[in-house]
Design a protein around this ligand. Structure first.
Ligand SMILES: [Zn+2]
Length: 322
């Protein structure tokens, strides 16, 4: 049936929402490990693989198989990573994302009543891979737990850094989580940009970002829509739940934001920073922004950056701006 993948993916999305909502009620230390238990994952096994991960059927459930690459010793590789064991907490953020992605494959399989339906899954391979990565972000950061943790303070880079540590996810996974359709309308009272900025061959680029509020969108995204590098084409055959945001400014140099001539040198020089700045927006008008940043890694440089609009459009107070 032509619409099979749309139905299966809609069911997979709903199953993931129900699962994570139930998990969030108990506020567990690690929502991913609770999801693994509920999905009958018996453990994680490390083997040499050509791809990063896979699933294997075991007697009573499924085992997540991860690539041995990146695992230090054979003792570690052969340890039991069952969801109930403390060993689970030694998984790296990257491994955790792979585990979450494989759990999403399992949810897709259950949504198809356990039938691989080769035709449907094979012809939509790319969409399903993208879709599983979206569901992985929900499993790692369930909506209810995320909203509670952020508490409308999305511009607080210190808090964002803490949340990434607590949920054991990279800032990229955290920010891209905000692009998903279930977050529509969240943080409606905020007018800000949160971004992960990284050095790419000597240029600081906006690796990924999320933008909320009219002035932020109008000033920091709309002007770049014409130069957008590419629109994401994946997930196209999946249900509407999987549509997600992509910002025009993603992938462009941070200097393009035009907020401060000194921005790049500050990001390169300092561990953290916070200052206010009037940013031109329109011919004779401006917005006032509070800029904050926090270094995540020195080499290659990786920085969390936020721009909060503290004063909406007003007449410019200075003649000469950035
Ligand atoms: Zn996959």
């Amino acid at each position: 049936m032509e619409n099979d993948i749309e139905k299966i993916s809609a069911t997979a999305w709903q199953k993931t929402e129900q699962l994570t909502a139930a998990i969030a009620k108990t506020s567990p230390e690690d929502p991913l490990r609770e999801a693994a238990k509920k999905l009958n994952i018996t453990g994680i096994r490390f083997v040499p693989l050509f791809c990063s991960a896979g699933l294997a059927k075991t007697g009573s459930g499924f085992e997540v198989v991860l690539n041995l690459d990146g695992v230090r010793g054979t003792s570690e590789a052969s340890s039991n990573f069952e969801p109930g064991s403390e060993k689970w907490f030694t998984l790296t953020n990257r491994m955790r994302f792979s585990v979450a992605h494989e759990l999403a494959h399992l949810i897709f399989l259950e949504a198809a009543d356990g039938d691989w339906r080769e035709g449907v899954f094979d012809t939509n391979l790319k969409s399903i891979e993208g879709g599983c990565s979206s569901l992985a972000r929900i499993l790692l950061l369930p909506k209810q737990m995320l909203l509670k943790a952020v508490d409308e303070q999305l511009f607080d880079v210190n808090l964002l850094n803490e949340i990434c540590s607590r949920f054991r996810v990279s800032p990229e996974v955290f920010i891209r989580r905000l692009h998903l359709s279930d977050m529509t309308g969240a943080f409606a009272g905020l007018d800000c940009v949160v971004a992960l900025v990284q050095d790419n061959e000597g240029i600081l680029i906006i690796k990924t970002c999320h933008i909320m509020g009219g002035d932020s969108k109008g000033r920091f995204d709309t002007p770049y829509e014409k130069v957008r590098v590419k629109k994401p084409k994946d997930h196209s055959s999946l249900s509407k739940h999987f549509r997600q945001l992509a910002w025009a400014i993603e992938g462009l140099p941070v200097a393009k934001l035009g907020i401060d001539d000194e921005l790049e040198s500050k990001l390169r020089r300092d561990e953290k920073g916070k200052w206010e700045r009037e940013v031109p927006f329109g011919k004779d008008t401006a917005i006032t922004c509070e800029i904050r940043f926090l270094r995540r890694r020195s080499s290659p440089l990786s920085v969390l950056l936020s721009i909060l609009v503290t004063r909406h459009t007003h007449a410019r107070t200075h003649q000469k701006l950035v």
